[in-house]
Design a protein around this ligand. Structure first.
Ligand code: ATP
Length: 304
């Protein structure tokens, strides 16, 4: 039995700090340079594994290159089972990120192995079939996500973090147990379903009518959990953010792990909120994900 199985993307984030975002044809000298693990799938797998107490496997694709090797090692080091990750002939997914002094950024994503991940093999299907919680996002082919949902066992919970924003097929809606979106994605999905405007309340009602459980994350405003017609606000922990990259992924990964441990959705969102608040106080995506001990300490102190 595998607690959480995450199906999704893995990237090497290559980050240059620059005085400003360069214009067309311009060359700039960077102030500094760093590399770190990224990609929504891999970020959420790291967050679920570091949440503690839940076996976590990643299903995705990496290139046969140094970045692929380095991501394989760092996820394994975080406790993620990487045994069924596909080896692609394409390069490992890469995000080329420029961050300017004023905080503005410009990002080029090279899909590479993530774009080449177009079908599940038998071993991947077997691992998915043993999951208690299946967690996916939309940085890989939506047909692979759908096939993964269809390969889960009866009673396993399918959590879809529908990001980046794109409309969902009817087949995907029919598989969903828990939908997690931020407010922009919520509005996009509502408009795709025929909402007259992007107003949040209406979007929440419309989406909650399509899915058993819904979580809308609201950045520093926390999140909204809707289940059985009941809305619960889960507050954010007030902190001073340093780098919000990966906040959403930490929230979703920890939420998935807590669901596998048997928490209610509201309780799982509270743990996600505490973990995400720690992540925004650190730079990097996977590098910013807190450990189980840190989250437990922060959670306990928040209860007192
Ligand atoms: P990302 O920027 O990583 O793509 P997202 O848009 O998917 O994130 P958000 O709604 O920004 O997701 O954040 C997810 C959760 O992280 C929030 O519900 C909240 O609990 C926590 N969070 C985000 N930003 C902050 C913040 N500034 N302070 C405290 N908690 C935060």
């Amino acid at each position: 039995m595998m607690g959480v199985v995450v199906v999704g993307s893995a990237n090497m984030d290559v980050v240059a700090r620059v005085p400003r975002i360069p214009g067309p044809g311009e060359t700039l000298l960077a102030r500094s340079f760093s590399r770190g693990g990224g990609g929504k799938g891999a970020n959420q797998a790291v967050a679920a594994a570091r949440a503690g107490g839940v076996e976590t496997a990643f299903v995705g694709a990496l290139g046969s290159d140094g970045d692929g090797q380095s991501l394989r090692e760092s996820l394994t080091g975080s406790g993620v089972d990487m045994s069924v990750v596909a080896q692609s002939g394409e390069p490992t997914g890469t995000a080329l990120i420029s961050v300017a002094d004023d905080g503005e950024n410009a990002i080029v994503v090279v899909g590479g192995a993530n774009a080449d991940f177009t079908a599940l093999d038998a071993r991947q299907q077997q691992v998915i079939g043993a999951a208690d919680v299946l967690l996916a996002q939309l940085e890989i082919d939506a047909d692979v996500v759908l096939a993964a949902a269809q390969a889960r066992r009866e009673g396993a919970v399918f959590v879809l973090n529908a990001a980046p924003s794109q409309p969902l097929s009817e087949a995907m809606w029919a598989q969903l147990d828990v939908l997690v979106v931020n407010e922009h994605e919520a509005a996009d999905l509502a408009v795709a379903l025929g909402a007259p405007d992007r107003e949040l309340d209406g979007a929440v009602d419309l989406l909650a009518g399509r899915v058993g459980s819904l979580v809308v994350t609201l950045g520093g405003e926390g999140s909204l959990v809707v289940e059985g017609g009941e809305r619960t606000r889960v507050p954010a922990v007030p902190v001073t953010p340093v780098d919000t990259t990966g906040a959403g992924d930490t929230f979703v990964g920890v939420l998935g792990a807590r669901l596998a441990l048997g928490d209610s959705l509201v309780e799982a969102a509270r743990w996600g909120s505490v973990a995400a608040a720690l992540a925004v106080q650190r730079p990097g995506a996977q590098d910013g994900v807190p450990s189980a001990a840190e989250v437990r300490t922060a959670y306990t102190s928040g209860q007192n």
